[in-house]
Design a protein around this ligand. Structure first.
Ligand code: ATP
Length: 462
C-alpha cells in the first residue's frame, strides 16, 4: 500500500523533500509499504535526536523539580484496566459495505457535514451518517454499516500458555509507566511536591489515519511529563506549564503566529481530565493538535492504588498531611513536532538570477547538520586543507564534508537539509588562511580566518 498516494496535496513538496534528502522514508517500502508507518532516515533521525536532547535538557537537566524515567512499553495488563484504556480508549469507526473502506465516524461527519462530532454517541453518529446520506470518500457509495467502537490499543501475547489471560498491550501513551513508578521515585529520589517525572518513549495506537504524513501514525514517540502537585495549586501551575510549553515552541524556532490555544469544552473532556488545553498549529492541511496540557486530577494514582491494593499516598514532610497527589500533564509528540518544524521551515525562494531554491530555515539549535565544509575542488592542496578544517570543526559541532559536484549544487543540497553555515576552501585559503563562510538564510558570504572560525561559529550557533 503506497502511503504517498494518500498524502494530502498541501504536504507533497515536504514529503518529497523528506524522501529526497533522507529525512523520512515510507515504512517497509521494499515490500510496497506498510500503511501509516515511516522510517526516519539519517537526517530525520538526527533532527529527532536534537529535539529530544533539547527537550530533556530543558525540562529535566535545567530544572531542580524534575527527574527522568525510561519505563517499559509493556505494562501489567491490569494497569490498562485501572487507567480506563481497556474500557474507554476507543475510536468510533464505520465501514463502507461497497468498497470495504473503514473510516473514523468523527472525521466522516466533520468532513462531509462540516459539523463537530465530538460528544456524539455511537447511535447518534450512525443515525447522522445514514440519514444525511454521507458518501464514502473512497467510492462515493451511500451504504455504510452501523458505527462501532474499536479499541486503539495494539495487543500481543506473552507466550505463556496461549490463553486469553496472556494478552499484553503496547502502551498507547507513555504516562502510565510514570504512574506505575511514582512510588519508587518518591521512595528513592528525595523528591518533594511539586515535582515532575519526564519520559521520552514510543507509544502505539491502532489508528485509522487520514494521510497527513507523520501527523498521525500508529507508532510514535511522546515526550511527556507527569507533574505531581497539591490539588490547591493546580490552577496556578496549569498557567505556568502552558507558558513553558509556549516557551519551548519558541526555543525550537516555531513561528508563534502559527500556534494557538484550544480549550476543550467541559462536556468533551477525557474521562480523567478536569481541564485540557491543546496547543494547535496551523499545518498546511488545517489547524490541528500539536501538544496538550491536561489536569488529570488524582484520577490515575487513585485508580492504580485501588487496582493494585498499594498505598500511593504522599506524606507532606512538614505538615505530615497525607494525600494522593494531583497531576498536570504536558505532553509533546515528537513526530508532530518534526512535521510542524518542517512545515514552518520549508520555503521555495526565487533568486535574483531567476533560479528557484528550496530551503529549510531550521533553527540552528535543531538543524541536523550545523556546518558543511567544501573544498572548491577535490585535488591538492584544496582537498587536504578542507579535511583539516573539517577535523577542526567536527570537534565542536555536527559537520558534513562534501567534495563532489559543482559548488552551487552543494550549497543547494545543504539549503534543503537546513544547514545554517557552509565553509568553502579555495586557493585564497592556501595563500592567506581565510575561508568563505556562507550563511543559509541571507546567502551572504564573508571571508574569515581559519584560526577564528571555531569562535565565530560558536557565537553564531549559540
Ligand atoms: P488526537 O486528538 O490528534 O488524536 P490526542 O488528543 O489523542 O491526539 P494525546 O492522547 O493527548 O493525543 O497524545 C499526546 C500527544 O501525542 C499529542 O499531542 C500528539 O502530539 C501525539 N500523538 C498522539 N497521537 C498520535 C499519533 N497517532 N501519531 C503521532 N503523534 C501522536
Amino acid at each position: 500500500m503506497s502511503q504517498v498516494k494518500n498524502i494530502s496535496d498541501s504536504l507533497k513538496p515536504i514529503v518529497a523533500l523528506c524522501k529526497r534528502r533522507g529525512f523520512i522514508y515510507p515504512g517497509s517500502e521494499l515490500y510496497g509499504g506498510f500503511a501509516n508507518t515511516y522510517s526516519f532516515g539519517p537526517y530525520g533521525a538526527q533532527l529527532k535526536k536534537n529535539l529530544k536532547d533539547l527537550w530533556w535538557q530543558t525540562f529535566v537537566q535545567k530544572r531542580r523539580d524534575m527527574v527522568g524515567l525510561d519505563g517499559p512499553i509493556l505494562l501489567h495488563p491490569k494497569a490498562w484496566a485501572a487507567s480506563g484504556h481497556l474500557e474507554g480508549f476507543n475510536d468510533a469507526l464505520i465501514d463502507c459495505k461497497a468498497c470495504k473502506g473503514r473510516f473514523r465516524c468523527d472525521h466522516l461527519i466533520e468532513e462531509a457535514l462540516k459539523q463537530d462530532a465530538e460528544g456524539l454517541t455511537i447511535p447518534q453518529m450512525t443515525d447522522l451518517i445514514h440519514s444525511k446520506k454521507v458518501k464514502c470518500p473512497k467510492c462515493a457509495a451511500q451504504d455504510f454499516t452501523d458505527a462501532r467502537h474499536f479499541n486503539l490499543m495494539f495487543s500481543t501475547h506473552m507466550s505463556k500458555t496461549g490463553a486469553d489471560g496472556d494478552v499484553a498491550y503496547l502502551r498507547p501513551e507513555t504516562a502510565q509507566a510514570i504512574f506505575l513508578d511514582y512510588k519508587n521515585i518518591v521512595d528513592t529520589m528525595r523528591v518533594k511536591i511539586p515535582f515532575g517525572v519526564a519520559q521520552i518513549g514510543k507509544a502505539f495506537r491502532n489508528e485509522i489515519t487520514p494521510g497527513n504524513f507523520v501527523f498521525r501514525v500508529i507508532e510514535f514517540e511522546q515526550m511527556e511529563i507527569e507533574y505531581f502537585i497539591k490539588e490547591s495549586d493546580w490552577e496556578r501551575l496549569f498557567v505556568e506549564w502552558l507558558k513553558s510549553m509556549h516557551d519551548w515552541c519558541k526555543l525550537i524556532g516555531l513561528n508563534p503566529a502559527r500556534i494557538h490555544e484550544k480549550e476543550h469544552p467541559k462536556e468533551q473532556l477525557s474521562h480523567y481530565s478536569k481541564r485540557t488545553v491543546d496547543l494547535v498549529y496551523d499545518f498546511p492541511f488545517g489547524t490541528s493538535e500539536l501538544y496538550g496540557l491536561a489536569y488529570r486530577t488524582d484520577f490515575d494514582l487513585r485508580r492504580h492504588a485501588e487496582f493494585s491494593g498499594q498505598n500511593l499516598e504522599y506524606t507532606d514532610p512538614e505538615t505530615r498531611e497525607k494525600f494522593i497527589p494531583h497531576v498536570l500533564e504536558p505532553t509533546f509528540g515528537v513526530e508532530r513536532t518534526v512535521l510542524a518544524l518542517l512545515c514552518d521551515a520549508y520555503d521555495e525562494e526565487q533568486l535574483e538570477n531567476g533560479e528557484m531554491r528550496t530551503v529549510l530555515h531550521l533553527h540552528p539549535r535543531i538543524a541536523p547538520v550545523k556546518v558543511a565544509v567544501f573544498p572548491l575542488m577535490k585535488k591538492d592542496p584544496l582537498g587536504p586543507k578542507a579535511k583539516e578544517v573539517f577535523d577542526l570543526l567536527q570537534e565542536m559541532t555536527a559537520c558534513e564534508y562534501d567534495e563532489s559536484g559543482a559548488i552551487g549544487k552543494r550549497y543547494r543540497r545543504q539549503d534543503e537539509l537546513g544547514t545554517p553555515f557552509c565553509v568553502t576552501i579555495d586557493f585564497e585559503t592556501i595563500e592567506d588562511g581565510t575561508v568563505t563562510l556562507r550563511e543559509r538564510d541571507s546567502m551572504k558570504q564573508e571571508r574569515v580566518l581559519i584560526k577564528d572560525l571555531v569562535q565565530i561559529l560558536a557565537q553564531k550557533l549559540a
